[in-house]
Design a binder for this molecule. Structure first.
Ligand code: ATP
Ligand code: MG
Length: 422
């Protein structure tokens, strides 16, 4: 036997026993965003490296150390997308979707980051992204948050807390930035190495440091909310009022930041204490400067992204295993005549009741072996087709999940009988 090829660290397979829950959660997300009038956009998983450097920013964890970057055969530097927003903005500008237009978009798919794999942190992971372009007022900020709240509610998740902050405008951050640099410079010895390196280039990133020795320092740092310009303060108050009206609870966390110039005003994060260290499930914010920064016409924009692995894990710890997909019927066919008829008989059932799951026993086997497979498949009923049944155009029906006698019906009545058998 040849040596097996192993999978890549931090990149996992989602097995058939787990995909029903993935499909269910993806289905809820899609249905909800579409019920708000958002449209799907699909973009490639590979983009020019430059796109991410320019949009995410050079002084960030992602660009500094997490990107999967490689040269293609033509020596172009390409990168596997670490997040969705950059590609959406690139596609929006390139396809003329944003020019003097409003857009409500969503995207889902795999993202790639070279991180230290651990629970809730992988190298390939899935995000579901929602983004809105062309809207300035706080109503869209509220709508986006309401969308996420509706998803949590439908999934029965109540252990998520909404943390909210406003970053003001880039102009209003100039004095705040200077104050932060002054504050942290005065405590230079207490900074971790990374923070030392970032102090002058991107001081707001220091507020994001997870380093234990930095926490007290961060706690006492100047607060952005004390530096908001009037319009941003009004925008923030407007958002809070809309959320209050919608009955969505939140906590203002003035240390929740994004350190990049094109971020503005609203930032938020849904966090939980049920997932250990990786408690951020969904994060979002306004990036009014990004479209222009990437070469488009200045367009306000806001979005959020939820990490599906974390969302699914939260679903599991809250609600248990989740849905399973089992056939409605498993068709046992014994003997040549029955085997020859089985595929066609199953087609007839699917024609009659679209969506009915009928698994045909392929590959033969004894009656006993086939029945075992029927049980293992999780099917609600077993259908039994033998020589005699084929001749009389009938089928045996045996409920597998309750104690009930086997009975026989004519082929035309089989679909109805399957549907009404528990
Ligand atoms: P963290 O602080 O946990 O590293 P982040 O700020 O890097 O998160 P974002 O870039 O805002 O995360 O991504 C949005 C969401 O995507 C996160 O809230 C999280 O649910 C998920 N996510 C981010 N990185 C990973 C990863 N490596 N593995 C799994 N999920 C991830
Ligand atoms: Mg991260």
């Amino acid at each position: 036997m040849s040596k097996q090829v192993s999978s890549i660290r931090g990149m996992s397979d989602v097995l058939p026993e787990d995909t029903p829950l993935w499909q269910y959660i993806e289905g809820v997300l899609k249905t909800v965003v579409q019920s708000y009038g958002y449209h799907e956009l699909r973009v490639p998983v590979v983009e020019r490296t430059e796109l991410f450097k320019r949009s995410i920013g050079e002084v960030t964890d992602i660009v500094e150390k997490e990107m999967y970057t490689f040269s293609d055969r033509n020596d172009e530097s390409l990168t596997l997308r670490p997040e969705g927003t950059a590609g959406i903005v690139r596609a929006g500008i390139g396809n003329g979707l944003l020019y003097n237009q409003k857009q409500k978009l969503w995207l889902t798919g795999p993202m790639f980051r070279y991180e230290k794999p651990q629970k809730g942190r992988y190298r390939q992971f899935y995000q579901f992204d929602v983004e809105a372009f062309g809207y300035e007022g706080p109503d869209i900020d509220a709508e986006l948050i309401m969308i996420s709240a509706r998803v949590w509610k439908l999934l029965g998740l109540d252990a998520l807390e909404l943390q909210l902050n406003s970053l003001g405008t880039p102009e209003s951050r100039v004095t705040y930035r200077a104050e932060l640099i002054e504050y942290f410079s005065a405590h230079k010895d207490e900074l971790d190495d990374e923070s030392q390196a970032r102090l002058l280039r991107n001081p707001m990133r220091l507020l994001d440091s997870k380093h234990p020795k930095m926490q007290a320092l961060i706690e006492a740092a100047p607060r952005i909310t004390d530096h908001l310009d009037n319009e941003s303060a009004e925008h923030f108050a407007g958002l809070q009022e809309l959320l209050g009206g919608a009955g969505i609870k939140f906590k203002v966390n003035s240390r929740l930041v994004r350190g990049l110039d094109y971020y503005s005003r609203t930032v938020f994060e849904w966090v939980t204490d049920k997932l250990g260290a990786q408690g951020a499930v969904c994060s979002g914010g306004r990036y009014d400067g990004l479209v222009e920064h990437l070469g488009g016409k200045a367009t306000p924009a806001i979005g959020w992204a939820v990490g599906l692995e974390r969302l699914i894990e939260l679903y599991r710890v809250t609600n248990g295993a989740g849905p399973v997909t089992a056939p409605d019927a498993y068709l046992v066919a014994v003997g040549d005549a029955a085997a020859a008829q089985a595929l066609l008989f199953a087609e007839m059932l699917r024609n009659e009741v679209p969506g009915m799951i009928v698994e045909v026993n392929c590959g033969g086997g004894s009656y006993k072996a086939q029945f075992k497979r029927a049980d293992k498949s999780g099917a609600r009923v077993a259908l039994i087709l033998g020589e005699q049944e084929v001749e009389s155009r009938q089928v045996g029906i045996k409920a597998l999940r309750q104690d009930a006698e086997q009975f026989t019906v004519a082929w035309e009545k089989a679909a109805a009988a399957i549907t009404s058998t528990e």
